[in-house]
Ligand binder design. Structure first.
Ligand SMILES: C[S@@+](CC[C@H](N)C(=O)[O-])C[C@H]1O[C@@H](n2cnc3c(N)ncnc32)[C@H](O)[C@@H]1O
Length: 212
């Protein structure tokens, strides 16, 4: 049975790509490619895209790992995964597998991945779900592998900032404001060599860290 949050994302999946298209003016392809560039993935590696949604990130990771590698896109929403499956089928991408599971209970063995990515989703994980997910990320990614997360940067302009927080409210996640304030210390407490970069365009950041 679906939880309320899964139902919310199932519904959201019907309009998600359209909203991203309108919102980002086709910048997203380049941003997701920039996320993949920061993973350090190479031929034959295995990568996990956590909370993959409609599967926009896996094709960029798939390019990095090549035909001998594998990319797993994981999400708990069947609606999102249906959209992702269609996209992957249409592009005939053979090295991507989609799995329905929760970020806080990853069905993989320790050290299975060379890198884990999470795009526009980590700050939507609430409270103890986020804490459990980070424990899982560190468990399934090998030592020296990378966690790379992409999120919107908090807007500077007051009105846009207001809309940003409205979106967080709608996603039921105003609690993430606390994380935003302690972002650096949060990531440094979990990973080593933490880097925070604002991508071209200025609205999006990538935070990456090495698994200790
Ligand atoms: C805003 S979308 C981002 C999708 C995609 N990563 C992207 O960049 O377009 C957030 C995604 O996180 C997924 N999600 C939220 N909580 C989750 C959880 N606890 N376990 C697995 N997936 C989750 C949702 O189903 C949704 O697909």
């Amino acid at each position: 049975m679906s939880s309320l949050r899964q139902s919310y994302y199932n519904l959201f999946s019907k309009v998600y790509d359209r909203i991203i298209e309108l919102h980002s003016h086709d910048l997203q392809g380049r941003l997701r490619s920039a996320l993949a560039d920061r993973t350090g993935l190479k031929d034959g590696d295995i990568a996990l895209d956590l909370c993959t949604g409609t599967g926009s990130v896996p094709p960029f990771l798939a390019e990095k790992v090549g035909g001998d590698g594998l990319v797993i896109g994981l999400d708990f929403s069947s609606g999102m995964l249906r959209k992702a499956a269609k996209k992957i089928r249409e592009r005939e991408l053979k090295n991507i597998v989609l799995i329905q599971a929760e970020a806080q209970h990853l069905p993989f063995k320790d050290g299975a991945f060379s890198a884990v990515t999470c795009s526009h989703a980590f700050y939507e994980l609430k409270g103890d779900v986020r804490e459990k997910a980070i424990v899982e990320i560190k468990r399934v990614c090998r030592a020296g592998g990378r966690f790379c997360m992409m999120e919107h940067e908090v807007p500077r302009k007051k009105f846009i900032k207001f809309l940003f927080y409205i979106r967080m409210l709608v996603a039921g996640n105003l609690g993430s404001r606390a994380l935003l304030k302690q972002e650096e210390s949060f990531f440094k407490s979990h990973f080593s060599v933490v880097k925070r970069e604002i991508l071209p365009g200025g609205n999006t950041k990538v935070i990456s860290g090495l698994i200790k």
